[in-house]
Write a protein that binds this ligand. Structure first.
Ligand code: DLL
Length: 434
């Protein structure tokens, strides 16, 4: 099923005509109303009327997270403050948080896009949705909440945390859909097992997971353990929140971008040059319809690949590969670039390991070292030391063979790695603390 048949299946020609119309209106709007953009355009000698085709997008300047910080909190609003009905903000672990505003129409559009997402995932108005994304300044909770209501489904607004209670509600309310980070879904499943049951004993059939990187191997692990279809959902607060893109349950192969609202490009993160479909690079997004805080060519830092091949689900929208990492999370270990997701794939292909790990990066002298702490499952834990050593050796070898990096591997006890109720913290970079 498709929620907005007209928009999600527009012939590409019509979609691109709509995108151009919206882009031209956007450029006019930001030039007239946002000092930051007017100045950037003037510096480059660009006038809104210079945007005559979608290809002219490349004339426009990029927007970076730092630009939002420099204009903290409301400096990039394109409407008077009284027209803003909602504020969200990112947690700001690496500096001041970034703030986002929404008009009434922005909130309505977001709800509709999230309703599209639910339907793409295989859900319908008949479903009960357990929403374990955090409510509050984080966009996950309220984003999924409004979308579920727009669809007419039943939403259970549990938010993150209170794990034992969540497990009870999963049993008592019989939700058919769960929304959370993939890592928190694993925490909930673990807690269910402690309470004596498995997700497989419940009515759950779909998990809508995002807000943090995860891999195909993690998907398989989750689907096997929980007996559900695990769907990848992408978004970021600066652009809107969850719902910028989602996989369809028909193909589970790439995330459909809501292209009537977001114009996407893939660029070379070093040079800024636009790359063709099929090439890996940084995702850049222009918001075509946002009123309160539109962004032009926002550099997400997320690494992916654009795919314009039509999907068998019938949607005509372009897809992006599941996020392969963030350019700022890429570890450079003795000159070799590694994404945490590549390590996750290798770990989860190794039998006997649990999907909980921590990558500890240190500098010893002038050399970077990588230690991988990974939990073993209960069964393996009771095995002989020799067996454990053999597994450590196997992981070290696979990481060297596939990624070209020498790592130390430390198998740790079940449940010894810290669990998170939202986004998992998987990298401890001790180099940054000195
Ligand atoms: O995480 C919005 C969201 C909520 C998305 C719920 C999906 C579900 P931020 O907190 O601003 O917003 O973080 C955005 O999280 O740039 C990515 O690096 C990462 N991210 C989000 N979804 C995925 C995903 C929300 N499916 C940042 N796969 C983004 C990998 C993801 N990374």
């Amino acid at each position: 099923m498709i929620f907005d048949v007209e928009m999600e299946t527009l012939p590409r020609e019509d979609l691109e005509a709509l995108q151009l119309k919206r882009l031209q209106a956007l450029v006019e709007r930001v030039y007239a109303n946002v000092g930051f953009y007017r100045q950037k355009f003037d510096e480059r000698g660009i006038k809104p009327s210079d945007i005559r085709s979608l290809a002219d997008l490349k004339l426009l300047p990029f927007t970076e997270k730092q630009d939002l910080r420099n204009h903290y909190p409301f400096g990039l609003f394109a409407v008077p403050k009284e027209n803003v009905v909602r504020i969200h903000a990112s947690s700001g672990t690496t500096g001041k948080s970034t703030v986002v505003g929404y008009t009434h129409r922005d909130v309505r559009n977001w709800a509709k896009l999230m309703a599209r997402c639910f339907v793409a995932s295989g859900a319908s108005a008949k479903d009960i949705i357990h929403n374990a994304y955090g409510y509050g300044l984080f966009t996950g909770g309220l984003g999924a909440h409004y979308g579920a209501e727009e669809l007419g489904a039943t939403i259970v607004p549990v938010s993150g945390g209170g794990t034992k209670r969540q497990v009870m509600l999963l049993k008592d309310f019989g939700p058919t859909v769960i929304c959370s980070t993939p890592s928190y879904a694993l925490v909930l499943h673990e807690a269910a097992q402690e309470a004596g049951f498995s997700f497989k004993d419940l009515d759950l059939r779909i998990g809508i997971f995002g807000a943090e990187p995860w891999t195909e191997e993690m998907r398989r692990d989750i689907e096997d353990k929980m007996g559900i279809t695990a769907i990848d959902i992408y978004g970021l607060s600066e652009i809107m929140g969850p719902g910028v893109g989602i996989e369809c349950h028909n193909a589970q192969n790439g995330l459909h971008i809501m292209e009537d609202h977001f114009l996407v490009e893939i660029i070379d993160p070093e040079t800024g040059e636009v790359l063709p479909p099929g090439e890996q690079g940084e995702l850049v997004i222009t918001t075509l319809t946002k009123e309160a805080q539109p962004l032009i060519r926002y550099r997400t830092r997320d690494i992916t690949i654009l795919n314009k091949v039509p999907c068998r689900c019938g949607r005509t929208t372009a897809r992006v590969h599941r996020m392969m990492g963030r350019s700022d999370d890429m570890l450079i270990i003795r000159g070799v670039n590694v994404f945490p997701s590549q390590i996750e794939s290798i770990l989860l292909e190794t039998e006997g390991l649990a999907p909980h790990y921590l990558l500890v990066v240190k500098r010893e002298g002038n050399l970077d070292t990588l230690e991988i702490q990974v939990e073993v499952d209960e069964k393996l834990f009771s095995d002989e030391i020799k067996v454990l050593q053999r597994i450590e050796g196997k992981i070290v070898k696979n990481i060297k063979d596939y990624l070209g990096v020498t790592a130390m591997v430390k198998l740790v006890e079940p449940r010894s790695i810290q669990r998170s109720e939202g986004k998992a913290k998987r990298i401890l970079d001790l180099r940054k603390q000195n």
